[in-house]
Design a protein around this ligand. Sequence first.
Ligand SMILES: [Zn+2]
Length: 342
Amino acid sequence: MERYSRQMRFHGVGEAGQKKLLASRITLCGCGALGTVLANTLVRAGVGFVRIIDRDFIEHHNLQRQVLFDEDDVASNLPKAEAAANKLRRINSEITIESIVTDIDHTNIVDFVKDVDLVLDGTDNFEVRYLVNDAAIKLNKPWVYGGAIGSVGQTMTIIPGQTPCLRCVVEASPAPGMADTCETAGVLSPTINVIASIQATEAIKILTGHLEAINRDLVYIDVWDNEFRRFKISKLKDKVDCPCCKQHNFEWLEGKMGVHTTSLCGRNAVQVAHRTANQLNFGTLAEVLKGVSQGEVTHNKFMLRFAADGHDFTVFPDGRAIIKGTSDIDRAKTLYAKYIGH
Ligand SMILES: [Zn+2]
């Protein structure tokens, strides 16, 4: 307990609160910018079980803001969840860290949420957030939303039955091309640190049983223009006939919403998810691709990389691919079909 002594000295935690943290289980959806700050903070705080889910791999331009990664991780071609877990185990070996390299979708989200006390949003896309929202409301689990682009960030805390849910506040996700992305607006690292730090504090409050202290507003910050605002949203819970928390119509969870291709925030790239019953055999695939690849086909346990038609492909064992050099989903699907198959 010595390592947590300064945290226990804080009146809101104490020894009893620390024991609750150590007995707590959380799922962290996404381990990029927000996710690495969340994981770093909560692993150090002594949350007993931390599940980290991320679909992506580490690139050089992530190092500006994704605090758990370094140049060696980029060179080793590691998935983010794996690299984060390696580092986090060196930070705190006394807790359990589970890393999962996959795309969160309606078929797996319930499994990731059902056995934890709290879910944290470290993603950059609304599809996953609506999935988390549906699963959290259905399974009665609290979750903390966070988002950051440019110098602007937002966060809200959702306690099922007590606060409005994400769909009470934002009924539908912005249409493609209608919202800024990290690609168009960029992102400042401090924006992320502030938002993730608020989210992590909310997690500590919830896990230590201090619901009276949680944020019940939508917090909006602009670290460049020095704006710090709180939107009073608590009344929405009674005013809105929310499809999720009122009607219990879990459209995202039922797979009625959402697509299997995703344009990746901050990059000229598309992910094509193509689930296969078995794991891909990279050895066989590499042989096939040798003839078409512009340059070397490389693979390790976690991913296979090649280049074709002027695009860089990264393929994962579950059949997903990230295709760089296009933001056109149809083009990406075509390229996928052309080189990876079915
Ligand atoms: Zn709602």
